[in-house]
Design a protein. Structure first.
Length: 386
């Protein structure tokens, strides 16, 4: 089996046919780097959790995701990523590859990707086949973001992985990553047990591009691994803001140029919601804070309404949790959100900001991305999305 060192060779040297990924800007193989649009300090992108509010349905939330992707494409957002979560009633993104295929059918230019696929939940060959299929559906527009957390609780993770793959799966992440890259590039060495196993669609069918691999994380582990392999890195600032600066520093310090990138490229996920007034924005982000409180308390459910969130009888400890949560969400009017994003980009030196607008209803989320685009003078008109 491939080990961590094998993954390192892949990051530094690329595949046997390094041009498969296509070439973007200088030092960027595979269209990783974005371009800032309008007055935005860095490229802006979307992280979509496909949240489901009380009184709504997964069907409606997935329609909202299509609307957000179309708006993001029209307004100049660089990419639209979909997260992987399981056994959470308020989140309908358990199958990123399926959702991405649907979004690809409704867009034509914006990059689409996973934010991310939780690799310990899946066989590397299955992931290579899924994203090879997506690349065939939307050539040159697919990103493969990978995480090592389960994206759920322990019991659900065990159900996903099956017998024999419960405790060791996360620890095996470097090996799984190396194996996945080998399948994507179709270059297992002679004599390897998988040398005659091919991910299809893929290079075995002829010269072909393949999605760039990203590492996602909320700790130093993935930051160091991404840097050592010369891969792009995405940090989950939206739920672990205290670790953002140390993780980005570690990524940059450990970065080694590769066939993929000649310099670090770091994205951070940012919880941000713009509305017509401060009060409206706070009422909406409070719904997400209560939803997270219930999840952390073992009581996951649909995202509550603003009225329910306002009337909830918070204990002092719960109020402390919610206040801390709200402090990490950039929210308010469009101008206030723009100022907050500008400050965060300057503080972190992030190469790209990936915005997640969590609220009870889809129209609020959709409107937020439009208001942010307006605040930065990003061109284009909002399409009829819903």
């Amino acid at each position: 089996m491939s080990d961590t060192g094998d993954a390192g060779r892949q990051g530094r040297q690329g595949s046997r046919t390094p041009d498969r990924a296509g070439t973007g800007p200088s030092g960027d193989r595979g269209g990783i780097r974005g371009t800032a649009v309008g007055r935005a300090p860095v490229p802006l992108s979307v992280l979509d959790l496909v949240t489901v509010g009380a009184g709504s349905t997964a069907h409606a939330s997935l329609r909202t995701s299509v609307g957000i992707a179309r708006l993001a494409e029209a307004r100049g957002y660089h990419r639209h990523w979909v997260a992987e979560h399981h056994s959470m009633p308020g989140v309908a993104s358990s199958s990123p590859a399926v959702i991405l295929a649907h979004l690809a059918a409704h867009t034509s230019r914006i990059r689409l990707g996973s934010g991310g696929v939780m690799l310990p939940n899946h066989a590397p060959l299955a992931v290579a086949e899924q994203f090879g299929t997506l690349e065939a559906l939307a050539p040159g527009r697919i990103d493969l973001g990978l995480g090592r957390a389960p994206g759920t609780d322990g019991h659900t993770a065990a159900a996903l992985r099956g017998p024999g793959r419960r405790d060791e799966a996360v620890d095996e992440f470097p090996r799984q990553l190396a194996e996945l890259i080998r399948f994507l590039d179709d270059d297992f060495p002679d004599g390897h047990p998988y040398a005659r196993v091919h991910a299809v669609p893929g290079p075995v069918q002829g010269p072909a591009a393949r999605p760039p691999v990203w590492l996602l994380g909320s700790s130093g582990f993935s930051a160091r691994l991404a840097g050592g392999l010369g891969l792009p890195f995405a940090y989950a600032h939206h739920f672990s803001p205290a670790g953002t600066l140390p993780a980005l520093d570690l990524y940059r310090q450990s970065f080694r140029p590769s066939a993929v990138l000649d310099a670090p490229y770091a994205v951070i996920g940012v919880a941000a919601l713009a509305a017509g007034t401060d009060a409206e924005a706070r009422a909406q982000v409070l719904t997400g804070a209560l939803s997270m409180l219930r999840l952390r308390s073992g009581r996951p459910g649909l995202v509550p309404t603003p009225e329910e969130a306002a009337a909830y009888p918070y204990t002092p400890l719960e109020r402390e949790f919610v206040d801390e949560r709200l402090a990490s969400v950039i929210h308010g009017t469009a101008d206030e959100v723009r100022s907050g994003l500008d400050a965060l980009a300057k503080l972190t030196g992030a190469d790209e900001l990936m915005l997640t607008a969590n609220a009870h209803d889809g129209e609020t989320r959709l409107r937020s991305y439009g208001l942010v685009a307006d605040a930065y003078g990003m061109p284009g008109e909002d399409p009829e999305a819903l």
